[in-house]
Design a protein around this ligand. Structure first.
Ligand SMILES: NC(=O)c1ccc[n+]([C@@H]2O[C@H](COP(=O)([O-])OP(=O)(O)OC[C@H]3O[C@@H](n4cnc5c(N)ncnc54)[C@H](OP(=O)(O)O)[C@@H]3O)[C@@H](O)[C@H]2O)c1
Length: 317
């Protein structure tokens, strides 16, 4: 299968590229700026530049597109609604339009942040109601995909809503993943304040990539229009931090419990965006791993990535 992956230099996109390439698919990695890390064909693609999208499709001739590119920084979205919407909604509309033109299946990566967090274990059919600009613009992207599906009922489109993704950021990335942020804070002796009342269903980045491959290969008649892609465990940020601290043997006194209400300023935050994954579990075997298994895998990868003798760089108790 020929697969085009947008946002290929990002945290999730880079894992998807690796997964498809390792499985023997012909992968084209699309990113705004290309770097030497890619071991597959590359194209430059900027969602703000429709001509670059057209050129990427012509070069890749994809059977399937995994659309991972997004303005995924919540703060930047909040401070620049117009840009967030152009990238996350208009850019997605362009990708969906080109998929229809080229007869390519589209897997659009959306987010648990389309929900308001008022109730746990949200299903695909539940009402959406984002509380942040990021979630709203990703939802606008979903609506663009659904609108394209109405115009082209035979086209294969799937919206995959991801929960919080954990793992290690790609080598050389300027951004740290959620796990790495806690490690960096511990290493600097800084206190990390973690919410005890904010719940997610975290998923290992490699399980997201495995789900994307499944969705790309699934017979069209079995492809769900919307699917929740999440891990099996519902955890607060605080509980997740405790598990990370336990696995890395960090000094737990550096983790401080907090309530969302303690945050007097800052972004609006959804309380509980845990996702029900009944549909995914009916399709995917093995299903996404537990948080304990996932953190063990991240820890092994982290140890392997450390220069010799430096695995104690995060402050331990
Ligand atoms: N990580 C999570 O926990 C999580 C949870 C739910 C959903 N998601 C979704 O998963 C997808 C991937 O997220 P991520 O965590 O991997 O984010 P990320 O690391 O920020 O990756 C996003 C990628 O999109 C690219 N991008 C940004 N603006 C672009 C533009 N105008 N044109 C082309 N590419 C552009 C970025 O390129 P640059 O490197 O050049 O900026 C980056 O490589 C997103 O759609 C996100 O909404 C992620």
């Amino acid at each position: 299968m020929r697969v085009l992956v947008t946002g290929a230099g990002g945290f999730v996109g880079s894992r998807i590229v690796s997964r498809f390439a390792a499985a023997g698919h012909t992968v084209t990695a699309a990113a705004r700026s290309l770097h030497a890390l890619f071991s597959v064909s590359t194209v430059t693609l900027d969602l703000l530049d429709p001509a670059s999208i057209t050129a990427a499709f012509v070069a890749a001739r994809p059977d399937a597109v995994v659309h991972a590119a997004a303005l995924a920084d919540l703060g930047k979205c909040e401070s620049n609604l117009q840009l967030a919407n152009r990238v996350n909604a208009d850019g997605t509309a362009l990708i969906a339009d080109r998929c229809r033109e080229h007869g390519a299946r589209l897997i659009y990566l959306s987010t648990d942040q389309v929900f308001d967090g008022a109730a746990p274990w949200r299903r695909e059919t539940d009402d959406t109601n984002p509380v942040q600009v990021y979630g709203q613009t990703k939802l606008n992207g979903e609506q663009a995909v659904l609108a394209e599906a109405v115009v082209a009922p035979n086209a294969a489109f799937c919206i995959a809503r991801l929960a919080l993704v954990y793992g290690l950021a790609p080598p050389g990335s300027p951004k740290l993943s959620a796990v790495e942020q806690i490690l960096a804070a511990a290493s600097a002796g800084e206190t990390a304040r973690l919410f005890t009342d904010e719940y997610r269903t975290p998923i290992h980045a490699d399980d997201v990539a495995a789900a994307c491959e499944l969705l790309a290969l699934l017979p069209a008649e079995r492809l769900p229009p919307i699917i929740h892609v999440a891990g099996p465990d519902r955890l607060s940020r605080w509980e997740l931090g405790q598990l990370i601290a336990e696995r890395w043997r960090l000094d737990t006194s550096l983790l401080e419990p907090a309530l969302q209400a303690d945050l007097k300023v800052g972004l609006p935050r959804a309380k509980d965006v845990s996702l029900d994954t009944s549909i995914l579990r009916g399709l995917m075997s093995p299903a996404p791993r537990s948080i304990k298994e996932g953190l063990d895998a991240v820890h092994r990868e982290w140890v392997a990535s450390q220069p010799r003798g430096q695995t104690g760089s995060a402050r331990t108790s």
